[in-house]
Design a protein around this ligand. Structure first.
Ligand SMILES: [Zn+2]
Length: 388
């Protein structure tokens, strides 16, 4: 555990732009709040709501089940012991597995570190995996960005991933964990399947985080902005001075630069009904409010018996993120379908991943990429006890 006086090194030209007082303030604030350490670990909810799980231990493990409640797997047992835990027979206080660096396989996940099998409020099984932040960064970069992309884009992703995880950790939003493993946080499927590019990107940026005004930056990111990133205030009423519209060249390469999606009217009605918006006989869907960057903010739905308004982001979530890739769309009715034509993929806030790729291909380094998408932020390095 480092003390408040532990040095944190600032990097490259950021050091030239900012006084050491500001850098120290960032560090002191994060350290005082117990927020960011190099030996930090993160707790990830990797599975939740399961009735039964199958744990396969590596060779050499011994399962000492003094409670006698763990069932052996009746099926084939490859190398190490296999145990089935169900919501009904699990030990009352849960199970903690210290996997260290040797992966333990639980269902489709391959996990290292500390693996906790417990129960959620409904009495169903949930798995929380606690691993060192750097192991987490290495794994997530490989999930969130193709391993073949330029190293400077991967390094930008590594800093963004690390900062986002530590930012979430300071929020204590969830009971017993910091992040979940889906696209709602950052995709994580275990850290055992390491890829070269992402591993190098994590190593080359080890401990580096983005700060703004003495706090960790909420480093939101997305696939493709379509030409200009979005103001966080226009998506979630989130006031973040560093998440403002920035021009971007992602459209040169991204497959989501322009898209058209045809969705049957009945499918839209069904989705709206299932989400608490009872509606039938939609005759028109019209964008009634747009942000400065052109993304839809509010949508009016005209049906046979009346008219209602819904946030464009809610409509996108309800129909499905993959069916409506972004809110930068226009809508027209065509027979029994509605045709959404638009640009970009994702919420558009923060770093645009395809834009980062194009910048890297044009010779920009990861520091320039981060400075472009997160204005006036400071790159610093958290250090372990004793300094680095
Ligand atoms: Zn972009």
């Amino acid at each position: 555990m480092p003390g408040v006086g532990t040095p944190i090194y600032s990097l490259g030209h950021y050091m030239l732009r900012l006084s050491s007082i500001i850098v120290s303030a960032v560090l002191a604030a994060t350290l005082l709040a117990g927020q960011a350490r190099a030996d930090e670990s993160v707790r990830i909810l990797v599975m939740d709501g399961l009735a039964k799980i199958r744990i396969q231990f590596p060779e050499g493990y011994e399962v000492d089940d003094r409670t006698g409640v763990l069932a052996d797997d009746p099926g084939d047992t490859p190398s190490g012991p296999v145990v089935i835990i169900s919501k009904d027979n699990g030990p009352p206080n849960g199970v903690r597995i210290f996997a260290d660096k040797t992966p333990v396989n639980i269902n489709e996940f391959s996990l290292t570190g500390v693996v906790e099998v417990g129960k959620n409020a409904k009495g169903l099984l949930r798995i929380i995996n606690e691993i060192p932040i750097e192991d987490y960064v290495r794994a997530v970069v490989g999930e969130e960005m193709p391993a073949s992309w330029p190293i400077e884009a991967l390094k930008a992703q590594a800093v963004v991933t690390r900062t986002y995880a530590l930012f979430r950790k300071t929020k204590h939003d969830y009971d017993g964990y910091d992040l979940c493993s889906s696209v709602n946080s950052q995709v994580f499927t275990g850290d055992a399947r390491e890829k070269d590019g992402p591993a190098r990107a994590a190593r080359d940026t080890e401990g580096e985080v983005l700060g703004y005004n003495g706090a960790l930056v909420e480093t939101l990111y997305h696939s493709t902005c379509g030409g200009i990133t979005e103001d966080a205030a226009d998506v979630w009423d989130l006031s973040r001075p560093y998440l403002r519209p920035e021009g971007c060249s992602c459209s040169k390469e991204s497959p989501y630069a322009a898209w058209e999606k045809r969705i049957p009217q009945t499918e839209i009605e069904k989705a709206l009904c299932a989400n608490g918006y009872p509606v039938a006989g939609i005759t028109a869907i019209t964008v009634t409010d747009r942000s400065d960057t052109g993304r839809a903010k509010a949508v009016s739905i005209q049906a046979v018996w009346g008219r209602g308004t819904i946030k464009a982001a809610d409509l996108r979530r309800i129909i499905g993120y993959s069916k409506v890739p972004s809110t930068c769309f226009m809508i027209k009715k065509d027979g029994e379908d509605f045709v959404f034509s638009g640009k970009g993929a994702g919420h558009g806030v923060g770093m645009c991943q395809w834009g980062a790729k194009v910048m890297a291909e044009n010779g920009k380094g990861y520091r320039e990429i981060l400075a472009h998408y997160y204005k006036d932020t400071v790159l610093s390095r958290i250090v372990s006890q004793g300094g680095r």
